[in-house]
Design a protein around this ligand. Structure first.
Ligand code: SAH
Length: 271
């Protein structure tokens, strides 16, 4: 499965979309614009604004990098200046890897995401502003923002690729509204075995082991039974798997010893 199913992607809702607007200021490379569009759509965002891009947002290279997020590129709006691009926004976050000599609040992506969710709920329009690849945002751009958003990274090497910065920030927004359980075990049409089914299987297995002479040292039996049971418990068996294991035990109990390896009552293969 490629993970792409465009029939499940809602068409861009324009101004009705609750998420932030992503503004790329003077992006130099079409590949980065395409990759940023892809990252946005990965995170359910579609409102892209470009300030005087050096290359066309609909160039072949942009579409190739967007890898199917064409709708974001096609709906992208182009502006001549950052002032125009953020004119209708109530809040603006300027992203930067570098500290700036300004008295301006600096937030992490996580904090920004929580604030963005609140702002969206209050019906505010928020912009996330990203700078050009080579220079980043200049201080005049930053001066137009309420807040600086900086991704904490290796202090000696913290500058991200433009599209990767877009991904990290947008992903934080996505995560703040995502309730995927941290761990899942999909049973694919089946269901987890009940305790009763599991215990019936243990009884059958242990009877078979008893018969085969596995529990040679009787004082070790309780310990061995517990560790075998724990091993199966850890497996999170489905009802279907329990039925298969019953079949396995049944077949093994009928099986003749392997040629040249007569079954010994102490449970150990000879030789
Ligand atoms: N050489 C530039 C970096 C440009 S990277 C500089 O020193 O500023 C392109 C853009 O990606 C940046 O303008 C910023 O918007 C974003 N970016 C890169 N690293 C980032 C980080 N650690 N935190 C926040 N944004 C970052």
């Amino acid at each position: 499965m490629s993970g792409t199913d465009l029939s499940r992607v809602a068409p861009p809702q324009g101004d009705a979309e609750p998420g932030p607007v992503v503004v790329l200021v003077h992006p130099q490379l079409a590949e980065n614009v395409g990759s940023a569009a892809r990252a946005m759509l990965n995170c359910g965002l579609t409102r892209l604004r470009l300030v005087a891009p050096r290359e066309s947002r609909t160039s072949e290279r942009a579409f190739a990098a967007a890898s199917g997020a064409d709708m974001v590129l096609e709906a992208a709006q182009v502006f001549a200046t950052l002032e125009e691009a953020i004119a209708d926004c109530n809040r603006v976050y300027a992203t930067s890897a570098r500290p700036r000599e300004m008295v301006k609040r600096v937030v992490t992506p996580r904090r920004a995401a929580a604030e963005l969710r609140q702002a969206a709920a209050a019906g505010e329009r928020v912009a996330l502003v990203f700078g050009p690849e080579r220079t980043g945002l200049v201080n005049d751009h930053i001066a137009l923002a309420d807040t600086i958003l900086s991704v904490p990274l290796n202090p000696g090497f913290s500058s991200l690729n433009l599209a990767q910065a877009v991904l990290l920030v947008c992903h934080e927004w996505f995560q703040a509204g995502d309730d995927t359980p941290e761990v899942e075990l999909p049973y694919q049409g089946n269901r987890p075995a009940t305790r009763e089914e599991l215990i019936n299987f243990f009884d059958r297995l242990e009877a078979g082991l008893e018969e085969g002479g596995f529990f040679q040292a009787t004082d070790m039996r309780p310990h061995m039974v517990r560790s075998i049971r724990n091993a199966f418990e850890r497996a999170g068996l489905s009802e279907q798997e329990i039925r298969t294991l019953h079949g396995v035990v049944f077949a093994l109990r009928k099986a003749p010893p392997a040629p040249g390896r007569p079954r010994r009552r102490d449970g150990q293969a000879a030789g």
